[in-house]
Design a protein around this ligand. Structure first.
Ligand code: NAG
Ligand code: NAG
Length: 849
């Protein structure tokens, strides 16, 4: 598949049936049908989208219609007409948003030549976004629409899409569409994303999928040509609602088809440039029978891309790169089933984007743009005023001078001399707050000269000659002129600037308007600031693979309905604990106590962890890991039911509030239990599992004080091969977190060993992780004490000398080895288990079984 392949599909578009009465939410959509005669907006029969003519967005251009021979059956209505720009080098569409700045938009342009000019000469020209070059449009097939689409965060409330004549034919455009996206989608480290491909894999129809199947109106092209694969499809509904976690919302229609490859799936593509940085988004949903084991690995260019994937039944999962792939001349994606998978790998859809970095040139200061746009529309200025006012330094608006050594650029001079201006002096001018020179000479301006011009603090030149003003020159301006801070030119004498003291109605209105405008501006600025702050506060930093609630759980544990959970917990009467995810309640089922952890509906991150935990606990069993009794997934009622641990957690037992402190022997036994649980995860599971959140509050104690590890929400399965680490977004608890993992992002078993070492130190010292008075972390505290000499000083004073000196030394040594900064010097869990066993054996006649 090559970059251009995608565009070849465009001709295959067919019309969809549409219920014209459907209530459609098109907020955030702007759909412009270029070259359509001015008239009422129309609703596109195929999509239900409301298109508007382009005349409201630019003031030049000539309407055109493609030749009848190209008016193919099924061609989208918007592609029949176009606007061409025979005049001028640069012609721009300006789309203005009331609150666009900082929002993420998909901006799509389409071009169908269709020999509209009868010359049979498809042109080449450049496309600019704002100030910057976007791409070259090279039309080489008159019947095939070309598409350029970019995902871009608006840097101001204006979007300028410009067509630039490069001497190779007249630029034209057929449609211009903007679609508001969710800001958490398609995140990049920097730059905007230009779409390279978006394929609906396994689709055997020739139909393009877009709105209303896709709520964001992305265009998905049918593709069924991947070698050695077979198409799959389902007619069952697929859930892609946001509640179920996948922010990408791939359309159900796209997900309902897939390709499967008995011997793996492999496809490759070549970027237009080997230096392009690319992002990939792979969309999956299980569409064959439920509860069948399908699991596969995803490789990009031979490297394992993510942990093994088992797509959820009739629900979407999107796997994507969180940073650009390393640039290369050819990319290859391979999906191979894992050893214990019965079914072959499948994939439902795929998107490829390239990073476009050039859109970083700052555009003109927002409020200057706003002001000058208002001046333009007030006077109907007919100049080359299109696109960004300051544009680039060699492509500015006539009569506008900008200052470029500031960021963003500012308008510093406005020359509207001899421009046929009528009416009064527009108060919008005073919003150009950095204005140094204003020339309004030789126009037909009337009314009084407003005093607000004196508010322009930097104004040095003001030319008002050759107009028909009435009233007096305001004293403020005259004063500035007298003290030579302003070079003021105006026509003296006659009845212009006579003796009338009263403000004319026009001038008064101007002042009132200016006050209102200034007030509004202040409000807008304030609003921006607040919004910006909120955005920062609410910024989501993690959008990894999103889970869905269709948890294909094995049948070792039971699914409970919410109506069973209610009596089980006596209507959630007794709270055992609370956390970021929700609340844990005491329950009773099958003649035993249970702990019921209910996910709070607002916790999206919690759901992901919930799912990870539930599926993990289903598949592993060990006496030192908490066991799961059942689960409940019913709408927003999501919960896990565990065995009840009456002696709570290790941190509660160690707390100085506990009247009956743990004995040394009990402590050693708890440490050994926890170590055995971890040893099982690291060495007894294949592939190994990293707990990632070992801490004393996650070590629970049953009625016999046997310890069990709990809270597997953050656990990760470690891929085998690849050097045995995964790169993840840092997660874990402060103070327990491995500093090496924190630095390198590389997660290994040794990260759990570090956290376990911290727990061992808590066990020995009886100190809180963070000292209650001194606020010193236990690791630092023990380090300091050991440097001062005596090991016995670190032992919990509540043990009152009953502690065995030899074993306590050994445990402190072991703990300090576990918290080595260099992970290579940390022992692994099996070594830790055998040392702890030995210690216990020394204080009692411990039987190794
Ligand atoms: C132009 O595109 C159409 C449809 O995409 C295709 O059938 C035709 O062969 C193309 N023509 C050329 C000259 O490539
Ligand atoms: C404004 O433009 C006119 C015509 O181009 C020119 O004569 C005049 O000097 C300019 N005014 C200023 C203040 O530069």
């Amino acid at each position: 598949m090559t970059k251009d392949l995608i565009f070849a599909f465009l001709i295959c578009i067919s019309l969809f049936a549409l219920d014209a009465n459907a209530q459609i939410d098109q907020s955030g959509f702007i759909s412009i049908d270029c070259g359509t005669p001015q008239g009422p907006n129309y609703m596109d029969a195929a999509t239900g989208l409301h298109y508007v003519p382009d005349s409201g967005f630019m003031d030049t251009g000539v309407n055109g219609t493609i030749s009848t021979e190209f008016q193919a059956n099924g061609l989208e209505q918007q592609l029949f007409t176009l606007t061409s720009f025979p005049q001028g080098i640069r012609n721009c569409y300006t789309i203005r948003f009331s609150q666009g700045k900082g929002k993420k938009y998909l901006i799509r342009t389409r071009f169908l030549y269709g020999n509209y000019d009868g010359k049979s000469q498809p042109p080449n020209f450049d496309l600019h976004l704002g100030v910057d070059f976007w791409d070259t449009i090279k039309i080489d097939n008159a019947s095939s629409p070309l598409l350029r689409e970019i995902i871009h965060i608006l840097s101001s409330d204006f979007v300028h899409v410009c067509l630039v004549n490069t001497g190779r034919g007249t630029p034209f455009i057929s449609t211009l569409e903007l679609r508001l996206l969710n800001s958490s989608m398609y995140e990049t480290k920097s730059g905007s994303l230009q779409n390279v491909m978006r394929l609906d894999l396994g689709s055997t129809s020739s139909q393009l999928v877009r709105y209303q199947d896709d709520i964001y109106d992305r265009l998905w092209f049918p593709y069924n040509n991947v070698e050695n694969t077979v198409p799959l499809s389902t007619s069952l509904p697929i859930d892609n609602t946001l509640e179920h976690g996948n922010a990408y919302r791939p359309p159900p229609k796209v997900l309902s088809t897939a390709i499967a490859g008995e011997n793996g799936i492999s496809f490759s593509w070549e970027p237009a440039n080997a230096t392009d940085e690319q992002y990939i988004y792979l969309h999956f949903a299980e569409i064959e029978a439920d509860h069948v084991n399908r699991q596969f690995n995803i490789y990009v260019n031979g490297k394992l891309f993510d942990e093994p994937l088992a797509p959820d039944y009739l629900s979407s999962t999107t796997v994507f790169s969180t940073s650009p792939l390393t640039p290369r001349a050819k990319y290859q994606i391979t999906l191979n089933k894992t050893g214990n998978s019965i079914r072959p790998p499948t994939i439902n859809a795929l998107e490829i984007y390239k990073v476009v970095r050039q859109f970083i040139t700052s555009q003109t200061y927002d409020l200057d743009v706003e002001a000058i746009m208002n001046v333009k529309s007030t006077y109907g200025v007919k100049k080359n005023w299109q696109g960004d006012p300051c544009g680039s330094e060699d492509d500015t608006w006539n009569g506008v001078t900008c200052k470029y050594d500031v960021n963003p650029p500012r308008v510093i001079s406005l020359n509207l001399s001899s421009s046929e201006l009528h009416g009064t002096i527009s108060p919008y001018i005073t919003n150009l707050t950095k204005l140094e020179s204003l020339d309004l000479s030789n126009n037909k301006l009337t009314g009084e000269v407003p005093a607000f011009l004196s508010h322009l603090a930097f104004l040095r030149v003001l030319d008002l000659k050759g107009n028909s003003f009435s009233g007096q020159m305001p004293e403020e301006l005259l004063a500035k002129s007298r003290n030579r801070s302003l070079l003021l030119s105006y026509d003296e004498g006659g009845d212009k600037f006579g003796k009338k003291k009263k403000l004319s109605a026009g001038a008064l209105a101007s002042i009132v308007i200016s006050v209102v405008v200034l007030g509004l501006l202040a409000l807008i600025v304030l609003f921006w600031m607040i919004r910006k702050k909120n955005q920062q506060a609410g910024k989501i930093t993690e959008t990894e693979r999103k889970p869905s609630p269709n948890i294909a759980l094995e049948l070792k544990s039971r699914q409970f309905t919410y109506s069973e959970v209610l009596p089980m917990t006596n209507n959630f009467q007794k709270v055992l604990g609370k956390g970021g995810f929700g609340t844990v309640y005491l329950g009773y089922v099958d003649n035993r106590d249970v702990a019921v952890k209910m996910l709070s509906p607002s916790s999206a991150q919690g759901f992901k962890e919930f799912r990870a935990e539930a599926s993990l606990l289903m598949s592993i069993h060990h006496k030192n890991l908490i066991s799961i009794v059942g689960y409940c997934v019913e709408g927003t009622h999501i919960g896990i039911i565990y065995e009840y641990m009456p002696n709570r957690s290790l941190d509660m037992q160690l707390s100085d509030k506990n009247p009956k402190p743990l004995t040394w022997e009990e402590r050693l036994q708890i440490a050994l239990d926890a170590a055995q649980g971890l040893e099982y995860l690291h060495h007894g599971c294949q592939p190994p599992i990293i707990h990632r959140d070992i801490k004393s509050s996650n070590i629970l104690l049953d009625d016999k004080f046997q310890a069990k590890l709990a809270d597997f929400g953050l656990s990760r399965i470690l891929p085998t091969g690849e050097g045995g680490h995964v790169t993840t977004i840092i997660a874990g608890s402060p103070g327990y977190l491995d500093p090496e993992y924190y630095r390198s992002n590389k997660l290994t078993e040794k990260s759990d060993v570090y956290s376990f070492g911290v727990v061992l130190l808590e066990i020995v010292t009886g100190r809180h992780l963070l000292g209650k008075q001194d606020k010193i972390y236990v690791v630092t505290w023990v380090n300091d004490m050991l440097e001062k000499g005596d090991v016995s000083k670190v032992i919990d004073t509540r043990l009152q000398g009953e502690v065995d000196v030899k074993s306590s030394r050994k445990v402190v040594e072991l703990a300090m080895a576990c918290v080595s900064l260099d992970s290579r010097r940390r022992p692994d869990m099996s070594v830790i288990v055998s040392i702890l066993k030995q210690c216990l054996r020394e204080i009692i006649d411990y039987d190794s079984n």
